[in-house]
Design a protein around this ligand. Structure first.
Ligand code: PGA
Length: 252
């Protein structure tokens, strides 16, 4: 069975002091009331080293929201996978639709990032998902398949065990428009089936496939009740302890 995970994606929110407060608050809340699932917080780069010192890594995993597509050197402003790892982080989000859209991250660039993240011992939360136009044209399955083939399906089965998939329909991100639990389950089951085709059923069954897109405490229980939904990647609702804890508690 795949590990159940609730991961937060803070995006470009919280200054350093605010981020420290949020991490402390979450750490305290989960020390008082142990979660029934894996919990990960993915923060801006500048928070990682500090937050890493604050959290109990046995309970909360730490991740970056991105890393460079180059190993090191003269790439002003970039942060390498090795640097991310050196903060104490265990995860990195790659392939988020906001990075693909606003920063022109192509499948080839993402493939480089995937390679470097794995080479540096990071687990990857790899995001895939279709736009509203693609959903209307019923192209969602082809889109997620192409995204997997473009950046992660070249990996060995052993390497692929370090990949967590996050299915995030672009039309549901930050819009308040959640996919219905049935819509999400349908495509999660499809994603698991193509992983099974590629790597075998055992690897597919062990792969955590998270749902992301306006997931909150009120809709998480219905989503997480579906057999192929192993948790969530949470944006807006990861920015307050009570909201995020409410989603974590959906696994209770
Ligand atoms: P949201 O974002 O929960 O704010 O919709 C999810 C994501 O983009 O990871």
């Amino acid at each position: 069975m795949a590990k159940k995970i609730v991961a937060g994606n803070w995006k470009m929110n919280k200054n350093l002091q605010e981020g420290i407060e949020l991490a402390k608050g979450l750490n305290e809340a989960l020390a008082a009331d142990k979660p029934n699932c894996g919990v990960v917080i993915c923060t801006p780069f500048i928070h990682l080293a500090k937050v890493s010192e604050i959290i109990n890594h046995d309970v909360i995993g730490l991740g970056a929201e991105n890393c460079a597509d180059k190993a090191s050197g003269a790439y002003t402003g970039e942060v390498s996978a090795e640097m991310v790892k050196s903060t104490g982080a265990e995860y990195v989000i790659l392939g988020h639709s906001e990075r693909r859209e606003y920063y022109n991250e192509t499948p080839e660039i993402l493939k480089e990032k995937v390679e470097l993240a794995l080479a540096n011992g990071l687990k990857i939360i790899f995001c895939i998902g279709e736009s509203l136009e693609q959903r209307k044209a019923n192209e969602q399955n082809a889109v997620v398949k192409a995204e997997l083939e473009g950046s992660v399906f070249h990996l060995s089965a052993e390497q692929f065990k370090n990949i967590v998939i996050a299915y995030e329909p672009i039309w549901a991100i930050g819009t308040g428009m959640t996919a219905t639990a049935d819509q999400a389950e349908e495509i999660h089951a499809y994603i698991r089936s193509i992983i099974a085709e590629k790597y075998g059923q055992a690897v597919a069954d062990e792969t955590s496939i998270l749902y992301g897109g306006s997931c909150k405490a009120s809709n998480a229980p219905e989503l997480f009740a579906k057999p192929d939904i192993d948790g969530g990647l949470i944006g807006g609702a990861s920015l307050k302890v009570a909201d995020f804890k409410g989603i974590i508690d959906a696994w209770k």
